[in-house]
Design a protein around this ligand. Structure first.
Ligand SMILES: Cc1ncc(COP(=O)(O)O)c(C=O)c1O
Length: 399
């Protein structure tokens, strides 16, 4: 065996998303690129806004001394200032650059945050259905995931979170707008969560942190303003990136922000700077940091995603699929019309439509559609979703 047993095991149970991605490559070779309707990946097709390219060209043309050297591991102070200013504006809290560390995307940031606060054996609550990589990030740092189920509507269930809390709970990861459901959590949830965490902290004398994973924060529809976790929960660490809101996932740029009211805020940032370095990220890419400093209030045109959501949601509802209308992100998470979601995803695959089974997100019986694709892909897929539905009706009749 050339690789570790653990990695081998993880590769096997790893992401359905990856499996579908590989299936997609195979099918595109076999049937031709245009024939496969690929909804498997949350890789946004939309180009970044013009302002991104303007900043990129301006900054790439500069010849200032020292621009490409090592920097403080937290990142350039100008960028952290821009992030802090924007966060203060959005939350009313007194953020300064000392509350911010620039990271390599939300994935990098989550690893840094987890490593910074976790002792081996500590527990971290995650809400199912979940972004499957949480399991691997937690394992990276010796944390034990504890799953709390969300309700039928995929909104958090406080009883289930309370039941998941133990004396070893160190954090809860909350992702809103959510991947894979697209649901956005309301104010009442954050208030209840704060009360619950504070009660537990009083009992154990140990903070339980809210790790808010917020890369889809700006991708919300119908003009809703999603509550910011920071405004309700003092012990909050937010991790986000510009992968989705500026459509630049390849540039690996994001930030971790610690609430000014968080217990041990400066120690956490100091620890995170160390972890950013020693996990091997060292610092977030210098060029990307300079670019996003000037783009903190900007995002891609969410109207385009909203149009695609409406188009696909309307078409699938019309066929008969059961779906909760998502308020944000770019995912639909319909109920599989047959109990076995993996089998249904295979039926869709025969129609050349690639999706991901809910089993890959800890919620069997559903499947995920990433609609960050071209409009014509959505329009062309409707017939295939209908045929798969009809086949599923036949399967159910035989059960
Ligand atoms: C919920 C969630 N968290 C984190 C990430 C990681 O994003 P990034 O590209 O910023 O590392 C993703 C990416 O799809 C995601 O969906």
């Amino acid at each position: 065996m050339y690789i570790s047993t653990k990695v081998k095991e993880n590769l096997e149970k790893a992401s359905w998303i990856r499996k579908m991605f590989e299936e997609g490559i195979r099918m595109k070779k076999e049937f031709g690129e245009g024939e496969v309707l690929d909804f498997s990946l949350g890789n946004p097709l939309m180009e970044p806004p013009d302002e991104f390219f303007e900043q990129l060209e301006r900054i790439a043309g500069e010849r200032k001394k020292g621009q490409h050297r090592y920097m403080p591991n937290t990142g350039f102070v100008e960028t952290r200032q821009a992030v802090a200013d924007q966060l203060s504006l959005e939350t009313g809290l007194p953020f300064t650059p000392d509350h911010i560390i620039m990271v390599c995307g939300a994935a990098g940031g989550l690893n840094v945050a987890i490593k910074t606060i976790i002792d081996p054996g500590d527990e971290v609550i995650i809400l199912a259905p979940y972004f499957v990589e949480y399991l691997f990030y937690l394992e990276n740092h010796g944390a034990r995931p504890v799953i709390a189920e969300t309700g039928e509507d995929f909104l958090p269930d406080m009883d289930s979170i309370e039941n998941a809390l133990t004396r070893r709970t160190r954090a809860i990861i909350v992702n809103s707008p959510n991947n894979p459901t697209g649901r956005v959590y309301g104010e009442a949830f954050y208030r209840d969560l704060r009360d619950l965490l504070q009660k537990r902290e009083r009992e154990t004398g140990r903070p339980v942190y809210l790790l808010a994973d917020e890369p889809y924060q700006r991708l919300v529809y119908e003009g809703i303003k999603p509550p910011r976790a920071f405004q309700y929960v003092p012990n909050c660490i937010s991790v986000t990136s510009h992968s989705k809101d500026l459509s630049i996932p390849g540039e690996r740029i994001g930030y971790m922000a610690v609430s000014p009211h968080c217990a041990g805020a400066s120690e956490i940032i100091g620890g995170a700077a160390f972890c950013n370095r020693t996990l091997g990220f060292v610092n977030a890419p210098a060029l990307a940091q300079r670019i996003v400093a000037g783009l903190q209030s900007l995002s891609v045109d969410v109207k385009d995603y909203e149009m695609k959501r409406d188009l696909l949601y309307g078409a699938l509802k019309g066929i008969g699929y059961e779906i909760h209308k998502p308020e944000g992100a770019f995912y639909l998470f319909p109920k599989s019309p047959i109990p076995d979601d993996v089998q249904f995803v295979k039926i869709l695959q025969r129609e050349k439509v690639l999706t991901v089974p809910g089993s890959g997100f800890g919620r069997p019986g559903y499947f995920r559609i990433a609609y960050c694709v071209e409009e014509k892909t959505i329009r062309r897929s409707v017939d295939s979703f209908k045929k798969a539905w009809e086949e599923a009706v036949g399967v159910n009749a035989r059960l």
